[in-house]
Design a protein around this ligand. Sequence first.
Ligand SMILES: [Zn+2]
Length: 67
Amino acid sequence: MIAPAYTSQTCSYCGFVHKLNRNSEIFKCRNCDYTLDADYNASLNILNLGLAQQSMVAGNMKGNVCL
Ligand SMILES: [Zn+2]
């Protein structure tokens, strides 16, 4: 379970959570170096959480990126 408070600290690409991922307005993942606007990253995480709850299938955010 990821609380909404952690959405700004979670990498929307790989799911890595670290409080130092967010540096003011910029999000940079300390695991995979994915970098983007911090608020946009948080909104992507909220979207991902919503989709996961709807599908009831995804319990694993890692390795769940299919492009
Ligand atoms: Zn990452």
